[in-house]
Design a protein around this ligand. Structure first.
Ligand SMILES: [Zn+2]
Length: 232
């Protein structure tokens, strides 16, 4: 009888364990799913964008239900994920260093294509970024990584000055170079299409750090590299 009770007790205990284990796993899984869904929604609320585009179309006197516009709100949602997707990525994560390279002269990457959005008018500014840096302790990065940094930081609402500073800051923080220089040349559609209407006007911003700032000769060398490669 005692034996039977003991067995019953352990069976009962095992059942409880299995039950709580399942509950724990189920709740845990549910929690993770909730966190993930919340995070995604927090990052980009597709429903809100869709509603807003529909309202906007109505606002400018369009009929959002006419054939050409019916799919426009959902098209804009898909486009937003691509155009503003940089906000969820960390530029510093992609900038991996290749240690042990012997190069300690200027590394120059010019004409990196750049597409971003001015946060004042939500219209594009399009141009090129040029990045020069002088490695310290052999810490260099792949050239494509620098282009990725420009891409990630551009795919969000920006102002050109801040974008230039952010690119320089990421390079400075991760590679800790002896100097870094970032130049952006861009045409702002909010200037070309509206307001002053000056198509072709290019805004140039630059940020210089380290040796490029302290030593005019080093800075001049980088600028001549940019001009020489352009055949000026
Ligand atoms: Zn603008």
């Amino acid at each position: 009888m005692v034996n039977y009770l003991a067995r019953l007790e352990s069976l009962f205990y095992l059942t409880i364990c299995a039950y709580s284990d399942t509950m724990l796993r189920y709740n845990f899984g549910k929690k993770i799913t909730e966190i993930f869904v919340n995070w995604k929604e927090k990052f980009m609320d597709k429903e809100k964008i869709e509603k807003a585009v529909k309202l906007f179309l109505e606002g400018i006197g369009e009929d959002p239900n006419r054939e050409g516009l019916r799919e426009t709100p959902s098209r804009v949602v898909r486009m937003c994920e691509d155009l503003f997707g940089g906000s969820k990525e960390k530029a510093s994560k992609v900038l991996t260093t290749l240690e042990g390279e012997k190069h300690d002269e200027i590394i120059f990457l010019k004409d990196i294509p750049l597409y971003s959005f001015c946060e004042h008018h939500i219209l594009p500014f399009i141009g090129k970024a040029h990045i020069a840096y002088i490695p310290r302790g052999g810490r260099v990065t792949g050239l494509s990584k620098l282009a990725r940094v420009v891409d990630i930081l551009s795919k969000r609402l920006q102002v050109q000055e801040r974008l230039t500073t952010q690119i320089a800051d990421v390079i400075n923080d991760i590679l800790r170079p002896r100097g870094v220089m970032v130049i952006i040349e861009a045409e702002h559609l909010c200037m070309s299409m509206r307001g002053v209407k000056k198509p072709g006007t290019v805004t140039v911003t630059s940020v210089v750090r380290g040796l490029f700032r302290e030593n005019p000769a080093t800075r001049a060398e980088a600028i001549s590299l940019l001009q020489r490669e352009r055949g000026k």
